[in-house]
Design a protein around this ligand. Structure first.
Ligand code: LLP
Length: 416
């Protein structure tokens, strides 16, 4: 559930009309609803209430400072995958002690920075990474807390580009090798084992894969305990899906309850790393229809947002819901490919959409809060668009639209 609703055929973000916001702040525009973000965070808290836990919001889904600050104020920890993300968390007032650091390519510099900040845990993705973390920890005279991201070889049954828990994926350490890797880490004085981790994929619309992965982690937990290796937490990653169209994912409560049931008797915390489920439906991308173009085989609705603003449709062929911001009764509906201004054939937001739209009117892409602005770019020298946060009847700019000088601020004309 979110707080983007129609009143008198007009789309509202909480108590504010989306048309007014787009007129005021310009288009394209990302709009987030604070009440929706709070609701989602509370849903995870309730889902985990019966067990010691840490909710590590996956920063990559939306790394806006205001959203991170809101999450931190609600008690969240964070899952980061780069020094940049960790610095954002700190800048937003997040607690580094509640940060887990994932990712297959942590550099020595990033490891050192994270150790200096006192993060909770590194989620280890390979054997060479263990050696890197150990040697950086040694040089700093610190002990690094570590957890192995186990690749449980479970099919997340999602889009291949966002499935991460199969043997063929680059992520994590193979399940069969995990015990030996833990033994190696246990013998290393620079490391302190604290957990077991997995993340098997994103946009999962059933709880079955994560339960299967939990069973495998549980087997490993038992083996480790028998070897005298103490585990403080089990991290089941992110991955809970959202409704873009007709998907019916479980609620956080439903998703977590079977997992909690399996882990309830263990003296451990449960960590989760939700990204999409926290922010996707808390954001929309508003875009203006510039031209309606009748082609010989199809019609195009050319809008002012492109794949540089929202790349999910172009990159994964993701279906995202596109709606008219103002609905006109009895207006003529046509079938359109909704395309952006970027010079790529794949620059589309949606194909074959029934829309009643005229040039100059606004459309909104729903579910754009996750992997929208965080994956945006300056391709075609287009400016990163403005982002606003709505709280009831108030709106706040949380990122100004870029200006043109920012496009080349790090460049110099040299070597002529
Ligand atoms: N933890 C780890 C280690 C991850 O790699 C990810 C996402 C998450 C947590 C959060 O997963 P979520 O709860 O958001 O599913 N750009 C793609 C999604 C890529 C997800 C990458 N990893 C998209 O737009 O669909």
């Amino acid at each position: 559930m979110d707080f983007f609703n129609y009143k008198n055929n007009e789309l509202y973000a909480e108590d504010l009309a989306v048309t007014d916001l787009a007129d005021q702040y310009g288009s394209p525009l990302y709009i987030y609803s604070k009440a929706t973000l709070v609701r989602h965070m509370n849903a995870f808290k309730e889902a985990l209430a019966k067990k010691r836990h840490l909710i590590c919001y996956a920063v990559k889904a939306n790394s806006s400072l205001s959203i991170l600050a809101l999450m931190a104020s609600l008690g969240a920890g964070f899952d980061v995958v780069s020094e940049g993300e960790l610095r954002r968390v700190i800048k937003a007032g997040g607690d580094p002690k509640k940060v887990v650091f994932s990712g297959v390519g942590k550099t020595a510099h990033e490891i050192a920075f994270a150790l200096e900040q006192g993060i909770d845990c590194f989620n280890i993705e390979s054997v060479p990474e263990i050696n890197a973390i150990s040697s950086v920890a040694k040089s700093l005279g610190k002990k690094a807390r570590v957890s192995v991201r186990v690749n449980p070889n479970v099919d997340a049954k999602t889009h291949p580009s966002i499935s991460t828990g199969l043997k063929s994926n680059k992520f994590g350490i193979a399940y069969d090798e995990a015990l030996a890797v833990y033994r190696q880490m246990a013998a290393d004085p620079n490391l302190e084992i604290c957990g077991i981790d997995c993340h098997i994929g994103s946009q999962m619309t059933s709880g079955a894969p994560i339960l299967e992965a939990t069973e495998r982690l549980l087997d490993l937990y038992k083996e480790l305990t028998e070897c005298g290796i103490k585990i403080d937490h089990i991290d089941i990653g992110g991955g809970l899906g959202v409704t873009y169209g007709d998907e019916t994912p479980p609620s956080p409560y439903e998703y977590m309850s079977a997992v909690i049931n399996r882990l309830k008797d263990l003296d451990i915390s449960i960590y989760v790393e939700p990204g999409r489920a926290m922010v996707a439906n808390a954001g929309i991308l508003v875009t203006k229809a510039l031209y309606l173009k009748k082609g010989s085989v199809k019609n195009f609705c050319i809008v002012d947002a492109g794949m540089n603003d929202l790349i999910r449709p172009a990159l994964y062929n993701s279906w995202m819901n596109i709606v008219e911001v103002k609905k006109h009764q009895d207006a003529k509906v046509d079938l359109y490919d909704v395309v952006g201004p970027v010079c790529e054939s794949d620059d589309f937001l949606g194909k074959e959409r029934k829309l009643a739209v005229s040039a100059g009117e606004y459309l909104a892409v729903r579910g754009a809060g996750a992997y929208g602005s965080s994956m945006s770019s300056n391709y075609n020298s287009r400016l990163l668009c403005a982002e606003i946060l709505v709280d009831k009847n108030k709106s706040y700019v949380i990122r100004k639209r870029q200006d043109f000088s920012q496009l080349w601020e790090n460049e110099s004309i040299a070597g002529l």
